[in-house]
Design a protein around this ligand. Structure first.
Ligand code: HEM
Length: 436
């Protein structure tokens, strides 16, 4: 299959997935309403949800002095109507000055004076996810309800609340995990997500340690990433690649990667009502630190293996779409690179030295709000005669027990590495991320 057919096939795949994301006008179905347990189920969820909100230090103050019985009824109506149930949200409001006759108020009118920030909006959404889970509502039904509420962020959030302290204001798992080059994303592909849990009014950071072991090689990566205002990501990672099979059993390659990523447009959570993905651009500066263990062959620099340089830049654009009502995350990344084995074997070479555009894809299914299962593909250029560079693949499971730690386990295929050892390198990948 030639490259062109493969690219167009993969891009078609991503376009089709985005088309999937485009909310199609659905005939009024009460499927979600029934999965929520009908009126009785919704009442029980709201009656668990509101006490969670009133106990939530992040937002409870906002509800002081309001008629919570009224709010309870209105929320039940709203969730019933939104889920296709036989209800109409009335929003009728009786306050102390009026005689019980009011006007139906949209979400922006209701919330306009409440000074709600993104972090508060997300806190409320998390409390709702917990209430739904406590009532045994399926993950996909819970995601479908949240998918209907998420775009209301544009109406409900009215303030920016800049804070110097980390606010943990993003929904669980929406900072991604740490990719082997240190960027926020999947395991081998950077996504358009900004690392850490800082909302647009704050910042977050995390450390990662990743270990990948194949039949004949071990790759470790460790580093730190900072996410500022859910807009800018700065990361620094160190990679060490070691051999275990003679004559490469002393191989010890090290490189350092400095990454910058800027979110350009879209929001992975709030844009549930459009096909628009979150878009980001990034650059990774990679510098070789060491090529050890080939002294016997008289080799101490990657240029002696045919590489043109021992440092270089990768540029990428990433589009990440969270299709909540399908519990799916889709990502496509296009990387401009001349790196060999992500830079571990230098940049450019005897087989090619031009910057090539390489596609990378990830798909993940959200099993619940703490667990995702997925797969990734990363195509790479073949510049070096001594290296049989092939695409990387992995299947992964990522667990987010809290916003402070995530654990990712994967089975990764790195393809054949050197022509001297024509064996598909495959093995276990484990990554720990800790932060806020
Ligand atoms: C998707 C998110 C949200 C939805 C769907 C939602 C829905 C509603 C509904 C249906 C009402 C009743 C309106 C009425 O009585 O006419 C309401 C009122 C209220 N909401 Fe929200 N809300 C959301 C987010 C928030 C957030 C993040 C806060 C604060 C942290 C908040 C604070 C309030 C308060 C204080 C009231 C009472 C307002 C009043 O009675 O005048 N809401 N909301």
């Amino acid at each position: 299959m030639n490259t062109l057919t493969r690219y167009s096939g993969l891009s078609l795949l991503f376009a089709a997935s985005l088309a999937l994301a485009q909310p199609q006008p659905q005939p009024a179905s009460d499927g979600l309403y029934r999965e929520l347990g009908g009126k009785d189920g919704i009442r029980k969820v709201v009656e668990t949800f509101l006490p969670l909100v009133l106990a939530d230090a992040r937002i409870k103050e906002n509800f002081a002095d309001f008629d919570l019985d009224q709010l309870n009824l209105r929320l039940q109506e709203q969730f019933c109507e939104l889920s296709g149930g036989p209800c109409r949200y009335t929003g009728k409001y009786r306050d102390k000055t009026m005689d019980g006759v009011g006007t139906v108020r949209d979400m922006s009118t209701v919330h306009q004076d409440l000074k709600i920030s993104n972090a508060m909006f997300n806190a409320l959404a998390e409390d709702l996810q917990i209430a739904l889970q406590q009532h045994g509502v399926s993950n996909s039904a819970a995601n479908r309800l949240v998918a209907k509420l998420a775009p209301m962020q544009r109406e409900i959030v009215t303030v920016k609340a800049p804070t110097t302290s980390p606010d943990l204001g993003k929904l669980l798992a929406t900072g991604g995990v740490s990719q082997v080059e240190g960027a926020g994303g999947g395991g081998i592909v950077p996504w358009a997500l900004i690392s850490g849990y800082g909302s647009r009014d704050s910042w977050g950071a995390n450390l990662h340690y990743t270990y990948l072991s194949t039949q004949d090689y071990r790759l470790t990566s460790y580093g730190v990433a900072l996410g500022v205002a859910d807009r800018l990501e700065i990361s620094l990672a160190n990679q060490q690649f070691k051999g275990s099979l003679a004559p490469l059993d002393q191989l010890d390659i090290r490189q350092q990667i400095l990454g910058l990523k800027l979110k350009l447009a879209g929001d992975v959570v709030y844009d549930q009502d459009s096909a628009m993905p979150q878009l980001a651009v990034g650059v990774q500066y990679k510098r070789h630190q060491q090529l050890g263990g080939l002294g016997a062959l008289g080799v101490s620099k990657v240029q002696q293996l045919g590489a043109k340089d021992d440092h270089g830049y990768d540029y990428y654009v990433a589009a990440t779409k969270l299709v909540l009502d399908q519990s799916l995350l889709l990502n496509a990344t296009l990387r401009a690179t001349r790196a060999n084995q992500m830079g571990l074997l230098g940049f450019g070479g005897d087989q090619g030295d031009s910057v090539r555009l390489m596609p990378e894809f990830s798909v993940a299914y959200l099993l619940d709000r703490k667990l995702a299962l997925g797969a990734e593909y990363r195509r790479k250029p073949h510049n070096l005669g001594v290296d049989k560079e092939q695409a990387y693949y992995d299947v992964f499971v990522a667990w987010f027990p809290s916003k402070h730690v995530s654990l990712t386990a994967a089975y990764a295929v790195l393809g054949e590495i050197t022509i001297f050892n024509p064996k598909q390198q495959r093995g276990a990948y484990l990554s720990l991320q800790a932060g806020f």
